[in-house]
Write a protein that binds this ligand. Sequence first.
Ligand code: 6PG
Length: 245
Amino acid sequence: NMKTEVKVSADEEELVAQLRNYLTEKLTYLLEQNGTISIGVSGGSMPKVWSEALLSVAPELLNWKRIRIFMVDERHVPRDHEDSNLGAYLQLFPQELHHVFIPVPISKQVVHTAQAYEINLRKYLLPEQLNTYPRFDILFLGAGPDGHTASIFPGKEQLEKITDLNWVSVITDSPKPPPSRVTITMQCIQNAKNVAFILTGANKRDVVRAIHEGDKSIPAAQARPMNNKMILFLDEHAAAGVPNR
Ligand code: 6PG
């Protein structure tokens, strides 16, 4: 069954510290494996706490040549637009580290943006077997009160395949503005080695419960990594959704 680890923080400072410890543990392990670490990150409230956590990991572990950061999803807006997820991360990272982010090439048509992003992902994330899905080391996901994660919304899970790879999809009627977004697919999420949710606020309590109950109607609860290992970083309010806590 699902081995869901739960870390509850009393405030944002503790949340950042817990994220830093988690990143330290994963970076140590993966750098010993001598590989590169591919990390997907989400938008909304995540950029601020996540960037603070990664940038405060012990410098000797931050081998930036071996770290690649991808957008789990991106809004179809220019990079300097206030709604851009990549733009939010780039503002939080020093200029000399911007190269660790794999860009989402924004073009006029959202489908072309998705196709270009998929080509970029392929450059860095060849799947072990051809014609399967990439294997992200860690995907940091948020979730909405409605249970969406990435840009995969309840009742809108069947997104149009824009290539036969099906690594990236497009939504143009996102219930969460802005309406047009590109997102990695649920198949990519489920193929990750580790999935870490960051969920804070009372309005995330029900999605926390849905994740624990494995409620398949909720995209965040479908985001089950291949080895079933999932960790939830919660605050006290969202943790009210953890059964018999
Ligand atoms: C986005 C995010 C989205 C986000 C959730 C939670 O681009 O909007 O990827 O999936 O993670 O909507 O957002 P909050 O953490 O801001 O509530």
